[in-house]
Design a protein around this ligand. Structure first.
Ligand code: UDP
Length: 384
């Protein structure tokens, strides 16, 4: 019997996303593999999504991401309108075997409130679970609603009620991991790279300060709030500083960006992104938060670039210290590790990625979880 899954991607960005879009990228990577395994996928997204699927549901014509810059009272109806469309569809049909939901907070709350006649739900937690304590701390989805994390460390810190609904974790994957061990080696440059949103949790300020202290070239790639190119940020003027990430960049990072030793190149995509990471001596993750999943980490391994990082969040699960990267709890030591990390073997990183972080591996694991959720056999994690 064919399994039909309603994949709820939400209203914020099309799938695949036009540029930056962590969750939408995960869905774009997962869905083709699920379909290869024989799963029928109904995608709930926006009309402009182009990902090949079996059926689509959409309330909005295009991604609503830009609306997130508006005040709460103007934006709070967006995800609700999308979820109302999903609920209408679920009431109108009886062929959906399971909903795989990726919509933060509203998806979980709405689908849990639907009651026992609704299909089983697996809600993937892509986020920092310290958020929404009132929602997560009081969750009651019975046997019908289950959650999964994107790392064990993320779930370990989750409120008890959320952990009681958990069927475990599934690490993130990347198409770059496919045959990563068979790709020819790439010539390495001198630079380290930090790939990610410019944000205090990602620690670009620390990385840039260490680059100057230790003396290694550093490339910062990623958006600053909604600004993807340095010229757009420069043109935005002072009003842009209302965005906390813009303020963080101007106050904490920009003083170290001299355009020579430390450069901010804006968002990079496609081949340009891959070349930048593949040619880097290491990828640096000077984290100040508990990184929940770390797509950029598994991408770096796939591209043969060792990872130097603060030992926080999922990093110790993804990186083997001394083989595929170097981890430390000492922020200052990170600088010296950038130099030492360049001596690790690119081939080890690529082999690890090809074995552990392919989309096929992720999809197989999700099919297992779909089965457990549907059988209602999901056991809660061992709680402390
Ligand atoms: N990314 C990108 N270009 C950039 C910066 C980041 O394509 O300039 C991508 C990166 O390759 C990864 C995603 O954005 O696929 C970031 O996901 P991650 O899980 O590392 O971080 P998040 O932003 O979700 O916390």
């Amino acid at each position: 019997m064919t399994l039909t899954v309603l994949m709820n991607a939400g209203p914020w960005l099309s799938v695949p996303p036009p540029g930056y879009g962590g969750i939408e990228n995960v869905i774009a990577t997962l869905v083709p593999e699920l379909r290869r395994l024989g799963v029928r996928v109904v995608l709930a997204s926006v009309e402009s999504s182009t990902l090949p699927v079996d059926e689509r549901i959409a309330v909005f014509p295009d991604g609503q991401f830009a609306a997130l810059q508006r005040p709460y009272n103007q934006v709070c109806g967006v995800s609700q309108a999308h979820l109302a469309g999903v609920v209408r569809a679920l009431h109108a049909r009886d062929d959906v075997d399971l909903v795989h939901d990726h919509v933060e907070a509203v998806g979980l709350a709405t689908l849990a409130a639907m009651g026992p006649d609704a299909p089983p739900v697996l809600h993937t937690l892509h986020w920092d679970l310290a958020k929404h304590p009132e929602l997560y701390g009081n969750l009651d989805g019975g046997d019908r609603v289950r959650v999964n994390g994107v790392s064990a460390s993320q779930l370990a810190r989750a409120p008890r009620a959320l952990r009681e609904h958990s069927v475990g974790h599934v690490h993130l994957s990347t198409p770059l991991a496919v045959d990563a061990d068979r790709r020819p080696a790439v010539a390495k440059g001198e630079h380290a790279v930090i790939l990610g949103r410019i944000n205090p949790g990602k620690g670009q300020d620390l990385g840039a300060r260490l680059a100057h202290r230790v003396g290694f070239p550093l490339v910062l790639a990623g958006p600053v709030g909604p600004y993807h190119r340095p010229e757009d940020l420069a043109a935005a003027g002072d009003e842009a500083r209302q965005n906390p990430d813009v303020r963080f960049f101007h106050e904490q990072v920009a003083p170290y960006v001299d355009g020579d030793l430390v450069r901010w190149v804006g968002t990079v995509a496609g081949q340009e992104r891959d070349d930048l990471v593949a040619s880097a001596r290491v990828s640096l993750f000077p984290l100040r938060w508990e990184e929940p999943g770390g797509t950029a980490v598994v991408e770096s391994l796939s591209l043969g670039t060792p990872v130097v990082a603060t030992a926080r969040g999922c990093l110790p699960e993804l990186i083997e210290h001394g083989r595929t990267g170097l981890l430390t709890t000492d922020e200052e030591e990170l600088g010296e590790l950038v130099l030492a990390g360049g001596l690790l073997e690119a081939g080890e990183c690529r082999r690890e990625a090809a074995e552990r972080f392919t989309p096929a591996r992720m999809a197989e694991r999700y099919v297992e979880l779909y089965d457990r959720v549907r059988r209602g056999a999901a056991r809660p994690l061992q709680l402390a």
